[in-house]
Design a protein around this ligand. Structure first.
Ligand SMILES: *[C@@H]1O[C@H](CO)[C@@H](O)[C@H](O)[C@H]1NC(C)=O
Ligand SMILES: *[C@@H]1O[C@H](CO)[C@@H](O)[C@H](O)[C@H]1NC(C)=O
Length: 379
């Protein structure tokens, strides 16, 4: 087949699968959340939702963290800055950057064209004793910045000789002090994240960094798009989102099960970050429901690779499709991996590509890799 014909055929396949989406949707909800309290965000609940615009020309507040004194949240955005929310003045202030090269980073242009130079901070977590902020930057690796902010310094950029390609999320065990973090792929960069799924890439890793010895240890390798991580309350285990497979895995750190790894929850969409909820369990941001892509790749791996060879920007094509099919979706899992709560924006179509949910003081802070705002939702 010539490439134009193949393109047309592929679009045909995609469109025909899209028309069956509703079926997939309802099946997924029933199958996964028989007992869940599924809350649809209808019009009268809209007033519980508040939009907090991000700084001008930037999008994508991916992760949120509060400092040890309760200030913030802090979030990393598309132009490479980490900004802090000033709770009194109600605006964002510059806090830190992950790259010394800031020329032309800010302003209105496609930030995914410059993010490899400007940095793209994703996971954030404070050392609660020292007030230092650890940053997982998609391009710069694991970094740290002091309580006053400024330019972050490099902590580690490779493990076992293999450089990180897409550092993504982290969590800290405050006592005795260890940083757990993920590299989603050593082959694909963040701006090609759809390719990680389509190619069936298995180069992702879960690592542990010890600040005393300054050593990094690979806990798990050969992972398919490892993404968010969250330690359990007592540090017995760590949860890991495996985005390609739409599931959350559990890796035991302590107890006689230490070193073992099992499925914790299967989800109706692609999970991003995981955060512990103060009411127990874990919040998971769902990037999008399991669209045609997963079905295609799982059934015909060669089709995934063929799509990647097409003369089109697959990440752009996907975000276009997701724009009119993807509702924002967030899920709270119990300590046992059962879905407790599921919130979906079925009316306004305002929540997109949700990356994270942080619960604090009866408020959910909702992040996204594409939205130009943070969402606040009163529970
Ligand atoms: C946090 O800071 C304390 C005090 O400086 C230090 O002992 C500890 O190792 C740090 N933890 C991490 C994870 O860096
Ligand atoms: C990944 O799989 C290969 C082949 O099965 C194996 O040799 C390697 O040790 C694995 N890597 C890790 C980090 O688990």
């Amino acid at each position: 087949m010539n490439s134009k014909l193949f393109l047309a055929a592929s679009i045909g396949v995609v469109l025909s699968i899209l028309t069956t989406l509703n079926v997939i949707k309802f099946f997924s909800i029933k199958n996964n959340a028989a007992t869940a309290n599924v809350e649809k965000l209808s019009n009268h609940e809209e007033n519980k939702f508040e939009v907090v615009p991000i700084v001008e020309d930037a999008v994508g507040p991916e992760s949120f963290v509060f400092d040890p004194l309760g200030g913030g949240p802090y979030t990393g955005i598309s132009d490479g800055r980490i900004v802090k929310w000033d709770q009194d003045k109600h605006h964002w202030i510059n806090f830190a950057v992950t790259s010394p090269n800031r020329d032309g980073c800010e302003g209105s242009h496609e930030h995914d064209k410059t993010e490899h130079i400007c940095g793209r901070p994703l996971g954030l977590c404070f050392n609660e004793t020292s007030g230092d902020l650890y940053v997982a930057d998609a391009y710069m690796g694991l970094l740290i910045v002091g309580p006053q902010g400024g330019l972050a310094t490099e902590v580690v950029t490779r493990a076992h000789g293999i450089p990180f390609g897409f550092t993504n999320a982290l969590d800290i065990d405050q006592e005795p002090g260890a940083v757990y973090f993920t590299d989603s792929s050593s082959q694909y960069q963040r701006r090609n994240y759809i390719s990680v799924i389509l190619s069936g890439d298995k180069t992702g890793r879960l690592m542990k960094y010890d600040p005393e010895s300054k050593q990094v240890q690979v806990l798990l390798g050969n992972l398919s798009f490892p993404n968010g991580v969250a330690l359990s309350k007592n540090g017995d285990f760590i949860l890991l989102a495996e985005t390609t497979h739409c599931r959350i895995m559990r890796y035991w750190l302590k107890t006689p099960k230490a070193g073992t790894f099992q499925v914790f929850a299967q989800l109706p969409g692609f999970p991003d970050n995981i955060k512990r909820s103060p009411r127990g369990g874990f919040w998971v941001g769902i990037h999008s429901r399991r669209l045609w892509i997963l079905k295609l790749v799982l059934s015909y791996p060669s089709l995934g690779n063929a799509l990647l060879k097409l003369p089109l920007d697959i990440t752009k094509a996907y975000s276009y499709v997701a724009k009119w099919t993807g509702n924002g979706l967030i899920i709270r899992l119990s300590e046992q991996g059962v879905i407790l709560e599921m919130l979906e924006d079925t009316s306004g179509n305002r929540w997109k590509s949700i990356s994270e949910v942080v619960e604090k003081d009866e408020t959910l802070w909702i992040g996204s890799v594409t939205m130009p705002f943070a969402g606040k939702y009163k529970i």
